[in-house]
Ligand binder design. Structure first.
Ligand SMILES: [Zn+2]
Ligand SMILES: [Zn+2]
Ligand SMILES: [Zn+2]
Length: 279
């Protein structure tokens, strides 16, 4: 599988829209890999993870054909992962000669409810091409030649409105664990990961930079990522061939790209907008 990290920032982006903090000003000054748009990752050319408000910008920057995406898996309903109005300009008079007429969308019921609030803006022809599938934790779904298992993310359930998911994506004997947004995993997720087979790439929540978050924060920082990595290796789900990628960085606790590389060391690949990685 090939993963393209189109956006690698947390909710407000980095630099953040309305922010003048030191980290944002420095990111603006340095540019390059310090500029982080909202999180979105493409698997191969046809499976998309999340639909943030920066999706259109990602199309501009990457030159990718987003009409070729057949499967959209949404991690959760936070704005930086799901901006449902963008779907109202798919198909109909808005998009011609699309590579795939239909789009299968996999998410929690609360995430679909957000789309339902804006679906009145969509033409009938558009709505006919969007097929929602409501996911249940631990119940795998088949999407083309992918098998995707939604696992409950440890991410702000108290905010109500839908189950956050992290995803185990399998294709042709390869496995990717995409874990955004989440804190350290729940016990039942560890149990599942202990039996799922070898994972080739683990994409971990790096929201909090070098700070330790612990099990109740809903995100992770480097000490938490190290803990998760060590445990996955110890239980045999991962080994020295597994790539560990950090993603979803925030200006609040975050380190600029070069600082993050130094802090993370050789055990982790620090993502940046536009990064491609094979698994
Ligand atoms: Zn997020
Ligand atoms: Zn800032
Ligand atoms: Zn979130």
């Amino acid at each position: 599988m090939k993963l393209t990290y189109l956006g690698t920032g947390a909710a407000e982006g980095w630099p953040a829209l309305f922010c003048n903090c030191k980290n944002c000003r420095e990111a603006s000054r340095l540019g390059g890999r310090n500029i982080r748009t909202r999180s979105q990752t493409l698997v191969n050319h046809d499976l998309l993870l999340d639909l943030p408000p920066d999706t259109y910008y990602h199309k501009l920057m990457s030159g990718l054909d987003f009409s070729a995406v057949k499967y959209l898996f949404v991690t959760h309903w936070h704005m930086d992962h799901f901006y449902p109005q963008e779907l109202t300009v798919r198909g109909s008079v808005y998009s011609h000669r699309m590579a795939s007429r239909d789009l299968d969308i996999y998410c929690a019921a609360g995430t679909k409810a957000l789309f339902d609030q804006v679906s009145w803006e969509a033409n009938k022809e558009t709505l006919e091409t969007l097929h929602f599938h409501i996911l249940t934790p631990f119940e795998p779904v088949t999407a083309g030649d992918y098998t995707v298992t939604p696992l409950p993310g440890n991410h702000m359930h108290e905010l109500k409105n839908g189950q956050p998911f992290i995803y185990l994506i399998e294709q042709a004997g390869r496995r990717v664990l995409y874990a955004h947004d989440t804190g350290i995993f729940y016990p039942e997720v560890w149990d599942f990961l202990g039996k799922c087979g070898h994972i080739g790439l683990v994409s971990l929540d790096g929201t909090c930079g070098a700070s330790k978050v612990g099990p109740k924060g809903g995100h992770m920082g480097l000490p938490d990522d190290r803990e998760v990595r060590a445990r996955l290796i110890e239980m045999g789900a991962c080994d020295s061939t597994t790539r560990f990628v950090l993603n979803h960085f925030s200006h609040n606790d975050g380190l600029l790209y070069d600082q993050m590389i130094r802090e993370a060391g050789p055990d982790f690949t620090v993502s940046y907008d536009g990064m491609e990685i094979e698994c």
